[in-house]
Structures are given as C-alpha cells and as structure tokens.
Design a protein around this ligand. Structure first.
Ligand SMILES: *Cc1c(COP(=O)(O)O)cnc(C)c1O
Length: 228
C-alpha cells in the first residue's frame, strides 16, 4: 500500500513539475469506494490525508472502522434525505448539485455547531443527461444561493470528465472548469481556491490544467468490482 501511495505521489509531483507548478499545491484524495477499511487505514498510515467516498452508507460504516485521522470527502450524488447524515459524517462535500441539498447540509451543520462545512459545486460539462452535476448555465444561480448559507462555505468546483480513449482529450473540460471557477470567484467576490478534477486515467492532464485536488481510486487500490 505504501508503495502504491508513493508511486501516485511521484506521478503527481512529475505532472506538477512539467506544468511548472508546486507539487505541494496539489492534494491527493484517495477514493475508497469498494475498498475495505483495513486497506483504507493502511493508505492513511502511508500518508494519505484525504479519503473520498461515493455513498453516505458505505462511508458511515467505514469511517468508524478506520483508525487514523483523515479528511473525508463525499464525491457521490447526495439525496436530500441523506444530507443530514452527510453533513455529520463528511468534512468536505464535493458533489453539491442543488439548492435543496445545500440547504439541508447547512441546516444540519448549523445544528451541530462547530466549523463550517466546505463544499464544492459539481459541474457537468458533458451535456450528457442523467450525469450528476449541474449544467454550466445553472452554476451562477446555485453558487449565489450556496454563498447565502452561513454554515457551509463554497471553496471551489468539481467535475468528472467524460471517458475518452486519449486522456489529453479531457483537457478542454478541465480548462473550462478552471475558467468557470475564475469567473464565479470574481463575480461573487469570494475566494474559490479548489478545482477538484482528474481521476486515475486523466489526473496528469488535470494537473496541467490547474487541478488542486485529484481523486484517485484505481491508481492506488487497483481495479475494483463494478459498483452496481
Ligand atoms: C470512483 C471515482 C473516482 C476515482 O476513480 P478512479 O478512476 O478509480 O481513479 C473519482 N471521482 C469520483 C466522483 C468517483 O466516483
């Protein structure tokens, strides 16, 4: 496990250097869906600081079982009725895609007290129906609504690029996310430092386009069974 984590970090660092960026400005989020708690704990012991899960239920069981401190990121679509549990369980929600979900997260977070919950808005740049994330045309309205909520804090944007045979073909999607982030940040006059983009097949391309968080599952844990 330590070898896999170090190998992923080396690839991140080389991609950063090729792009003229500081490798320290890129955070590795280890995506642990379908990965048993012991292996997650081993990854944390090997230096992983951030863990990403797709489902509230799976994360709920795992978080208790995993020894070791990490920041837990929710990456999957969140239903409003799971938002309360999500607000409690996660340190970061990367997949906010509606005002209702944002409001439910904020409400629960306010009840819990303590630090604000960091959230990203997930953007769908592919135009493929049935994909998660909000279309570009709705981002400004949603972002404005999110910034009105006191117990959550919008810190950036997340996207999943379409699956392409040649990872360099994903570059325009990553570049677009960066441009949208820049526009929004200026328009709303808030700092939005984070761009969560890039997965095992395309993270080096995402780093060249400005990713600050890369979400790696298979590159660390190997292939997984398809999630039903
Ligand atoms: C599964 C998943 C990842 C990691 O995918 P890999 O291809 O295994 O690196 C990243 N982000 C999201 C939203 C995912 O669902």
């Amino acid at each position: 496990m330590a070898d896999a984590v170090h190998a992923a970090r080396r690839r991140i660092a080389s991609a950063a250097e090729r792009a003229g960026r500081d490798p320290g400005s890129i955070r590795l989020v280890a995506v642990t869906k379908g990965v048993e708690a012991e292996r997650v704990a081993a990854a944390i012991a090997a230096g992983v600081t951030d863990v990403g899960e797709n489902r509230v239920q799976e994360a709920s069981a795992k978080r208790d079982a995993v020894a070791g401190a990490a920041r837990w990121h929710l990456l999957g679509h969140l239903q409003t009725n799971k938002a309360k549990r999500g607000a409690q369980l996660f340190d970061v929600v990367e997949s906010v895609d509606s005002q209702r979900v944002a409001e439910a997260l904020a409400e629960r977070r306010r009840e819990l007290g303590g630090a604000r919950l960091d959230v990203l808005i997930e953007v769908d740049l592919t135009g493929i129906r049935a994909r998660t994330g909000v279309p570009e045309a709705q981002i400004t309205e949603l972002a404005r609504a999110v910034t009105q909520l006191e117990s959550i804090r919008l810190t950036g944007l997340m996207t999943i690029a379409p699956h392409v045979a040649d990872p360099t073909d994903a570059a325009p999607y990553f570049r677009r996310l960066g441009a949208l982030r820049d526009q929004l940040s200026e328009h709303l006059a808030i700092p939005m430092p984070e761009l969560s983009m890039g997965m095992s097949d395309d993270f080096e391309v995402a780093i060249a386009e400005g990713a600050t968080w890369v979400r790696l599952g298979r590159a660390i844990f190997g292939t997984r069974d398809p999630v039903p």
